[in-house]
Design a protein around this ligand. Sequence first.
Ligand SMILES: *Cc1c(COP(=O)(O)O)cnc(C)c1O
Length: 416
Amino acid sequence: MSPFSRRDGLLHAEGVPLTQVAAAHGTPCYVYSRAALLERLAEFRQALAGRDALVCYAVKANSNLAILDQFARAGCGFDIVSGGELLRVIAAGGDPARVVFSGVGKTADEMRLALERGILCFNVESAAELERLDAVAGRLGRRAPVALRVNPDVDAKTHPYISTGLRGNKFGVAVDAALALYRRARELPHIEIAGIACHIGSQLLDPAPAAEAARKILALADRLAAEGIVLRHIDLGGGIGIRYRDETPPAIADYLAPILSLLAGRKERILFEPGRALVGNAGLLLTRIEYLKQGEEKNFAVVDAAMNDLLRPALYDAWHEILPVQVAEGDGVLYQVVGPVCESGDFLGKDRRLAVRAGDLLAVMSAGAYGMAMSSNYNSRPRAAEVLVDGERMHLARPREALDQLFASESPLPRA
Ligand SMILES: *Cc1c(COP(=O)(O)O)cnc(C)c1O
């Protein structure tokens, strides 16, 4: 069931009319459904029932503390890509012992922080990173638990910007190089081999590439075992896609089924790192039409949200459904839904048939993942408010940034 549905023509988030959210907190505003988050997590858990498995939510998809708190309370692990994300997880009550740390550019400071807090595993992406981690752990008198992120060289058949498992990209180490690197890891005094990891891309709709990646990773785990390198866990990453428009992503259980059958009878613990699949369809971006403008060739609906609030259309040419909050009479006309930012790439939707007037509210759907998380202050625009709805209740998870916050920490060169 969708967390966002119409009652008497008015779009609601769970039990709260979106007009009420806008009245209380203004626009642009991200609105999330608690029930939707937890329902998706439960779907994941059900698919993994009876196995030694850990779901590590990929924090970068949406890192608001209110969201992390929901997942932490549900006993989730977390996949982080920076020290900042680790501190967010801890601030939200997440357990560092369930945190995996991904990313190609971990700094020594970030390593130190993660070691001090006692994370579950570093997903190491290069030989140089492994050496640095050994040195940092040595200075702290600790051993760093590691998995090597292996690049299985499979084509995830997704947008090139979010495809990460091909030979030519910056992520992970090649299968052939991994063996040598595990041997090296075994020799390093401050490294403890914990597992193996891969993540082949995002918005994946076909289970076949993920299963192919899993097959290659398991083959490698078996080669390692033959050399006496025993892994505690196998981390198969995230990437499960969602429906934005007319995609037909498989149910989570169906997506995981071929992978889980490959894993049957194995002793290692299984980790997954879903981001988008947990939060993407649990959020929308609420925005108000400032102006309707008849151009020479096209009609524009100029709204108060922009590419700085939701970058995906500008960055990936991504399509998000755009719904009027209140249904109106008439067939409507085609609009380019654009923001106020001074870039031609600043659009939220193109050629959308809408029956709307200036002042109406629009809901940009499927905006729970990589929405607020990718937002910026470009054009000195304060970042949007975020609201978490729970039944009839709405909770302000982050107030709209105030204008004076925008430059509060900046300072000009003192005059001589
Ligand atoms: C981004 C990322 C994820 C999450 O990807 P989704 O497509 O949002 O599920 C998981 N693991 C790693 C290493 C990532 O970089």
